[in-house]
Design a protein around this ligand. Structure first.
Ligand code: PLP
Length: 402
């Protein structure tokens, strides 16, 4: 019965599911506290208290037929205005509510913008390592994913390889900074160089190329590192944002798209994106969460909790001899595997440590450790990481880490 196009997705999904099920089985056998699951990017820091308070206040104070009712496909006007004003305050931009479209998280936003712009055969460039769902999102609209290979010295985008892959069929480029899984942040200089390449290609090819900045981790940046706002760098930029991580609300499915007026044909793009939201079946972003955003637009989770995890895990793994760069943002550590990454993940499972192979992010030879877990889980897992390092002789080779 199921479509041929769905078959590979189902097979791939069962591999991920098998890992999840294995984690549950291991927890039943050894006790939850003895299984060190670093596989999922599910925030463990609670939503700010103001978010829960806002939910209670909204139900008490606002007209419930309004709160629970249908609305414009782009979302409540006051929610869109609150987002625009917050961005303008923080980044010196000049957005109006018309430039904001409320979405069903970043996944919803990415699908809406890709549906809005892609014709069959259009190419979308991504920089490896990348969030694996991009491939499915692009294929949803019969686009073709083109992967720029990773620069594993820095995990910054390899711009020479990028330039080579831009063709007359290139319709969009996806960037993700702070990055899942590498934890790197793109500097203003990197964004300037990406913009210069795109402008030059638009000119010589006579095409329009949309830069899609997928930024669910924008607020998760450490040591005061700047995460430059992308729209001022390049006219054809759309931002896809999510509150899944910044407010720890992944299950509530709330985010937004920014479509600035500088985007070619912006009015048509904005109108088409609202229709895409409807015809994809989202209809609109969850209404209660939009009401929450009106009240909590500048709230943030406790970043220090993630920072503590980052410092402990990074310094400990480094001490044991693991090779990785220090993440500047998001909540992942991307570590060099001493052997094939899938084999390494299997070996780690024997120590009840669950990781994701870099192959899942188009970057074999590395593994991702999600440190959005409790500090205590990291403390409990450290002896296992140390044993693994010893098993692979990493401890003797220590000192290679940047
Ligand atoms: N983009 C990236 C890079 C992500 O890591 C994730 C989730 O982990 C998403 C998009 C999807 O986020 P959301 O829960 O807002 O749909």
């Amino acid at each position: 019965m199921i479509a041929d196009k769905m078959r590979p997705l189902v097979e791939n999904n069962s591999a991920i599911r098998a890992m999840f099920e294995e984690g549950k089985k291991m927890a039943a056998e050894y006790g939850r506290e003895n299984v060190y699951d670093f596989s999922l990017g599910n925030p463990n820091v609670p939503a700010p208290p103001a978010v829960n308070q806002a939910i209670l206040d909204i139900i008490r104070e606002e007209e419930t037929t309004y709160v629970h009712g249908y609305m414009s496909n782009a979302g409540f006007e006051d929610a869109r205005a609150a987002v625009a004003q917050s961005l303008n305050r923080r980044f010196g931009t000049h957005f109006h509510l018309e430039n904001i479209l409320m979405t069903v998280g970043a996944a919803g936003g990415m699908n809406v913008i890709l549906k809005t712009i892609l014709d069959p055969g259009d190419e979308v460039l991504v920089f490896a390592p990348y969030f694996m769902e991009y491939g499915s999102y692009v294929r949803n609209y019969e686009g073709v994913l083109v992967v720029v290979p990773p620069d594993t010295d820095t995990f910054q985008p390899d711009l020479k390889e990028f330039e080579k892959r831009i063709t007359p069929k290139t319709k969009a480029v996806i960037i993700n900074t702070p990055n899942n899984p590498a934890g790197v942040v793109y500097s203003a200089e990197t964004l300037r160089r990406i913009a210069a390449i795109l402008l030059e290609k638009e000119e010589t090819l006579g095409t329009q190329i949309l830069l899609i900045s997928d930024e669910p981790y924008r607020e998760l940046a450490y040591d005061g590192v700047e995460v430059p706002y992308v729209t001022p760098f390049y006219h054809n930029t759309v931002v896809c944002y999510s509150y899944s991580k910044s407010l720890s609300l992944p299950g509530e499915r709330i985010g937004y798209l920014v479509i600035p007026q500088e985007v070619e044909d912006s009015r048509k793009v904005i109108a088409a994106a609202a229709i895409a939201t409807r015809v994809l079946g989202c209809v609109n972003a969850p209404s209660l969460m939009q009401r929450v955003i009106v009240r909590c637009v500048d709230e943030q989770v406790n970043l220090e909790a993630y920072n503590r995890n980052r410092e402990l895990l990074y310094s400990s793994l480094r001490e044991y001899g693991f090779d990785c760069i220090k993440p500047e943002g998001a909540f992942y550590l991307f570590v060099k595997a001493p052997v094939d990454d899938k084999e390494f993940c299997q070996a780690c499972k024997k120590h009840r440590v669950l990781l994701v192979p870099g192959t899942s992010f188009a970057c074999p030879g590395y593994v991702r450790i999600a440190y959005c877990v409790s500090y205590e889980q990291i403390e409990r897992a450290l002896p296992a990481f140390q044993k693994i390092a010893e098993e692979y002789g990493l401890t003797e080779k220590r000192g290679k880490v940047q």
